[in-house]
Design a protein around this ligand. Structure first.
Ligand SMILES: Nc1ncnc2c1ncn2[C@@H]1O[C@H](COP(=O)(O)OP(=O)(O)OP(=O)(O)O)[C@@H](O)[C@H]1O
Length: 716
C-alpha cells in the first residue's frame, strides 16, 4: 500500500480552501512528496519541530502522536502513516488528480472477500444482476410527485421485480394513501419491520458473515415493503414445503368426471361440476356492449359432440397405455355416445377406474391428490382438447394474427387483444422462471379454469335461473397451447413494451416445449386504476354492479373474490341504461348510466362449486399481509386474515364487504370525478353502514342502492 502512495493529503487539515503546499521529506528510506493542506505558518512550525525531532533521534511515532495532529504530518514515515487514522490521499499523475483512497478501497475490495460476498447477495435476486442503484422511476412517483414505495433496487434498465409490477399492473399496494406524509419514516419502518430472509425459497443466505448478513437482512427487510407479495400461487412460494395435502380436493372430482366421460356419457354423475364442465363456453359479445359492430369471427363453439370426440381421443390414449385393459372393447370412434353406453359394463368401468388411477402420462406431479392422473391431461380434457395447439392456431380462431395487439400484463399473464376477445397467455409447468416467478403448475390452472367456468354459468339465464349476472368476465374459451411465442405475438409484445415499458420478461426466451393456458376472455375495457370516471352517477353505478355481482355469486357459489383491487375491476361504456340481475330468484334492474363493469382475476377467489371448495390457502403466503401500513389494499388483506382467522377454506362473505369498503375508499381518495360534498357524505355514510354487513348479499339492500335498483317480479 505504501508504495502506491505518491502524494499524501492529510485530511485532518480540513481547510481545503488553502493553497496546497509542497514539501519533501525523506523518512525511513522512502522519498515522498507530501502535499498537505495546512496554513503556511503551521506548516513551517510543524516542519521545524519535526526536523528537530528527527535530529535528536526521536522515534517517529512519538512525533506522530503529538497532541497537535499537524505535527505528525511532517514526520511521515511508513510507521507513522499507519498510525494516521483519517487520511485521504490524492495523486497527481500527468497532472490528473486521482483519488488514491478510493482506488485502495476498490483494489482491496476486488482482492478480498468483500466483493465476493456482495456479488453473492446481488445474485440472490437475479443471476445477471447489475450494480445496485436506487432508482426512483417515473412510475414510482405518486400524483404529487412523492415516491410511493416504488424503489427499484436493480439497475434501471433491468426488468422489474414483482413489487413494481404489483403497483402498476396488478394494482396491489398501488393505493399507498398517506405515502408521502413521511416517506423517510416509512422507509425506516420498512427496514424495521423485517422480511423473512429467504423470500419465495429462492435465495441462498450467506451463513458465515454475521455482519454482512445482518446488513443484507436489513436490505431485504426494506425490500419487503417495496416488493409486492405475490400471492398467486402456493407452489410459487414454497413449493418444497407443500405436500399434496394443501391441494384442494378437486382432483378426485375431476377424475370421476374424466372416468365418466371415458366410460359412458349416460352414466356420468349428474353433478354441478359435470354440468359446468360440459356446458359449452360462451360466444363472443362485442366490446363495450351492442353499440359496436359485431365482428365476424371463427368462434369455436364447442358442441357436446366435439367434447365427446375429444374425450374419446383421450380415451384412446388412456386405453392404449394400459396393458391390463387389453380385453376391453371400447367404442373409440367417439361418434356414438349410446354405443359406448352399451359396450361398457359396470365391471369394465371399474377396470377403467383402476387403470386411470394407475395412469401417469409422464406426470411428475405428486400433488395431484392420491392418484397419478396427469394434471396436464386433466387440463386438456377440461379445455376440450386431446393435445395442445400452437399459440398461433389458438389466436387465429379469433382474429387475423397480424392484428393482435397486447393490452395488458400481469405477473403470470400477457393479455392480447384478438378480435373482440382478450387472450391471456399464462405459461405453465416449465422450468424457466418467468418475470422472476416460478411458473404455475397445471393443477393450479385447472382450479382457475374450473372457477372461471363456474362463474360463467352465472351468465346463463335459461329456464329462469335463480342467480344471474353478467359482471364476472365471460370466459369464451380455454386452450392449452405449446411452443415458443409466435413472431406476431412477439411483435405485439415489443410494440407494447415500447409504448408502456413492460415489466415482464421478453417472451422470446420460451422454449419449443413450453406449455401455456390461454384464457380467451370477453374484452372488459379499462381497469379502474386508469379509467376516468365522469361523475357521481358512474361511481354509484360501479358500486351497485360490483355489490350485486358479489351478492349473486355469494348466493350461488359462496363466492368470495378476495382480491378485488382496482386493477381487477374493468370498466367500459355502452348505450345501455340498465342491466338485469337475478338474486335468489328476485329480478333486479340496475341503473348503469351507460357503464358496464367486469370483474376479473379469480386467482385468490374461493368458490363452492357444489361438490368442491376451491380456494387458495393464503396462510402459506405471509408476504401478502405485510404491505405498507395505511395502504388500503394491504390493510384489506390484513382485515381478510382477521375475518377468516387465516383459515381460507371456510366461507366468509364478509371478505367481499371488505373489498366493497376498499372500493369506496378508492372512489373517495384516489379517483376524481364530478361530485359535491353531499355525494362525499353519502359515500362516507355508505362506508359506515357497510362496516356492519357480513356479506354482499346484506349490502345490496343498503339504502344507498335502493334508488339504483328496481326490484321486479320474482322469477317464479
Ligand atoms: N378481459 C380483459 N379485458 C381487458 N383487459 C384485460 C382482460 N383481462 C386482462 N386484461 C388486462 O391484462 C392485465 C393482466 O390481467 P390479469 O390481472 O388477469 O393477469 P394476472 O397475470 O393474473 O395478473 P396478476 O399480476 O394479478 O397475477 C389486466 O390488468 C388488464 O389490463
Amino acid at each position: 500500500k505504501m508504495n502506491r502512495i505518491e502524494m499524501v493529503n492529510a485530511s485532518r487539515f480540513d481547510d481545503y480552501s488553502q493553497p496546497i503546499e509542497d514539501a519533501s521529506s525523506e523518512c525511513g528510506g522512502y522519498r515522498r512528496h507530501y502535499n498537505y493542506h495546512c496554513k503556511p505558518p503551521e506548516a513551517f512550525i510543524n516542519g521545524v519541530i519535526s526536523g528537530l525531532g528527527w535530529l535528536i533521534g526521536l522515534p517517529p511515532f512519538i512525533i506522530s502522536n503529538h497532541p497537535s495532529p499537524h505535527l505528525g504530518i511532517c514526520s511521515l514515515s511508513p510507521s507513522t502513516l499507519f498510525n494516521l487514522d483519517s487520511i485521504s490521499m490524492t495523486s497527481k499523475l500527468g497532472g490528473k488528480a486521482i483519488d488514491l483512497w478510493s482506488e485502495l478501497i476498490a483494489s482491496e475490495a476486488s482482492e478480498g472477500q468483500e466483493e465476493a460476498r456482495v456479488e453473492e447477495v446481488y445474485r440472490r435476486r437475479k443471476p445477471t444482476q447489475k450494480p445496485v442503484h436506487v432508482v426512483p422511476s417515473k412510475q414510482n412517483l405518486g400524483s404529487n410527485g412523492c415516491n410511493v414505495h416504488r424503489v427499484s433496487l436493480v439497475a434501471a434498465d433491468s426488468k422489474r421485480i414483482s413489487w413494481n409490477r404489483a403497483l402498476s399492473v396488478r394494482g396491489r399496494a398501488s393505493i399507498a394513501i398517506e405515502a408521502c406524509i413521511d416517506r423517510q419514516l416509512q422507509h425506516k419502518q420498512a427496514k424495521r419491520k423485517g422480511k423473512p430472509a429467504l423470500p419465495k425459497g429462492k435465495c441462498v443466505q450467506p451463513t458465515n458473515f454475521d455482519k454482512e448478513r445482518a446488513y443484507f437482512q436489513e436490505v431485504d427487510a426494506f425490500e419487503l415493503l417495496e416488493e409486492s407479495p405475490s400471492p398467486k400461487s402456493f407452489s410459487t412460494w414454497t413449493s418444497s414445503q407443500f405436500d399434496s395435502a394443501t391441494v384442494p380436493s378437486l382432483c378426485s372430482r375431476i377424475e370421476k368426471w374424466l372416468i365418466s366421460k371415458k366410460s359412458n356419457y349416460s352414466l356420468a354423475p349428474s353433478s354441478t361440476l359435470s354440468k359446468i364442465l360440459e356446458t359449452p363456453l360462451g360466444s363472443i359479445e362485442p366490446i363495450g356492449g351492442n353499440h359496436l359492430e359485431k365482428f365476424k369471427l371463427r368462434t369455436p363453439e364447442k358442441s357436446s359432440r366435439e367434447i365427446d370426440v375429444h374425450f374419446c381421443s383421450i380415451q384412446r390414449r388412456f386405453v392404449s397405455s394400459i396393458n391390463d385393459l387389453d380385453d376391453l372393447e371400447i367404442e373409440s370412434n367417439g361418434d356414438n355416445r349410446s354405443n359406448k353406453a352399451e359396450v361398457v359394463s359396470t365391471e369394465d368401468r371399474e377396470d377403467i377406474e383402476v387403470a386411470v388411477k394407475k395412469l401417469s402420462l409422464a406426470s411428475t406431479s405428486t400433488s395431484f391428490h392420491d392418484y397419478n392422473l396427469d394434471p396436464l391431461s386433466a387440463l386438456l380434457a377440461v379445455c376440450g382438447q386431446s393435445a395442445p395447439s400452437t399459440l398461433k392456431d389458438a389466436f387465429s380462431n379469433y382474429c387475423d394474427p397480424e392484428t393482435i395487439v397486447k393490452v395488458g400484463e400481469g405477473t403470470y399473464g400477457e393479455a392480447f387483444r384478438a378480435g373482440n376477445t382478450v387472450c391471456k397467455i399464462v405459461p405453465i409447468d416449465g422450468d424457466l422462471q418467468v418475470n422472476g416467478e416460478i411458473q404455475k403448475r397445471s393443477e393450479e390452472l385447472l382450479e382457475e379454469v374450473i372457477l372461471s367456468r363456474t362463474l360463467n354459468s352465472l351468465r346463463s339465464n335459461e329456464n329462469g335461473a335463480d342467480n344471474f349476472c353478467t359482471t364476472f368476465i365471460r370466459t369464451i374459451d380455454l386452450k392449452v397451447c405449446q411452443g415458443s411465442y409466435d413472431s406476431v405475438l412477439i411483435k405485439a409484445w415489443e410494440d407494447w413494451d415500447e409504448k408502456h415499458g413492460s415489466e415482464n420478461d421478453h417472451p422470446k426466451d420460451f422454449p419449443e416445449k413450453q406449455c401455456y393456458v390461454v384464457f380467451v376472455l370477453q374484452h372488459g375495457g379499462k381497469d379502474l386504476e386508469s379509467f376516468v370516471l365522469l361523475n357521481y352517477d358512474e361511481a354509484q353505478s360501479l358500486l351497485v354492479q360490483v355489490t350485486a355481482a358479489l351478492a349473486i355469486a355469494e348466493a350461488a357459489y359462496e363466492f368470495e373474490h378476495r382480491d378485488l383491487h382496482w386493477g381487477n375491476v374493468l370498466l367500459s361504456r355502452n348505450d345501455s341504461k340498465a342491466l338485469q340481475f337475478t338474486l335468489e330468484g328476485k329480478n333486479m334492474t340496475v341503473k348503469t348510466f351507460g357503464l358496464q363493469i367486469s370483474i376479473i382475476d379469480f386467482t385468490l377467489s374461493r368458490i363452492n362449486t357444489g361438490e368442491d371448495i376451491l380456494f387458495l390457502d393464503l396462510s402459506s403466503d405471509p408476504y401478502l399481509f405485510k404491505g405498507p401500513r395505511g395502504d388500503r389494499q394491504s390493510e384489506t388483506y390484513r382485515k381478510m386474515k382477521e375475518v377468516t382467522g387465516d383459515c381460507w377454506e371456510g366461507s366468509f362473505p364478509r371478505t367481499n364487504v371488505l373489498w366493497l369498503l376498499y372500493l369506496v375508499d378508492i372512489l373517495l381518495l384516489k379517483k376524481s370525478f364530478e361530485r359535491s360534498s353531499k355525494h362525499e357524505r353519502e359515500l362516507r355514510a355508505l362506508k359506515k353502514r357497510l362496516d356492519k354487513y357480513n356479506s354482499a348479499k346484506e349490502a345490496i339492500y343498503d339504502p344507498f342502492f335502493s334508488e339504483l335498483i328496481v326490484l321486479s317480479s320474482s322469477v317464479e
